[in-house]
Ligand binder design. Structure first.
Ligand code: RB5
Length: 143
């Protein structure tokens, strides 16, 4: 399983923590930047992660900006991407069970690192439920 990670400056510190955690869990990680806290534009990084997942270069992705909002909007502009911004473990489980989110978004300035890692684990370790949700995710993918 290859996981793409990307962030702007507001998400850089949390991206690094998440990346280390993913490597410790044995995943392959493709880091699409940014690589410092110097100011950059979140649409560039959300788009890069969306394209990596949509093209198959990565299986899934995790994006981080200050709130997770801007970078999730950017990732969702890429066809085939279902990016869910999560601020709780319950949301992380549901965005896999119901939305089959292929990218998880986190807020580096709004979610504590310990909780963010729990959210990542919940999202990774939860299965898509399929059934009626399959029809709905197919509708999203048509857009
Ligand atoms: C950058 O200052 C900030 O706007 C960005 O990280 C993010 O929160 C946007 O949604």
């Amino acid at each position: 399983m290859i996981i793409a990670v990307a962030s702007d400056h507001g998400g850089f510190a949390l991206k690094d923590i998440v990346k280390k955690h993913l490597l410790e869990r044995g995943f392959k990680v493709v880091d699409l930047g940014t690589d410092s806290e110097a100011s950059v534009d979140y649409p560039v990084y959300g788009k890069a992660c969306g394209e990596a997942v949509a093209s198959g270069k990565a299986d899934i992705g995790i994006v981080v900006c200050g709130t997770g909002i801007g970078i999730s909007i950017a990732a969702n502009k890429v066809k085939g991407i279902r990016c869910g911004l999560c601020t709780s473990v319950e949301m992380a489980k549901l965005t896999k069970q119901h939305n089959n989110a292929n990218i998880l978004a986190l807020g580096g300035r709004t979610t504590a690192p310990e909780l963010a890692v729990e959210i990542v684990d919940a999202w990774l370790d939860t299965e898509f439920e399929g059934g009626r949700h399959e029809r709905r995710t197919a509708m999203l993918d048509e857009m």
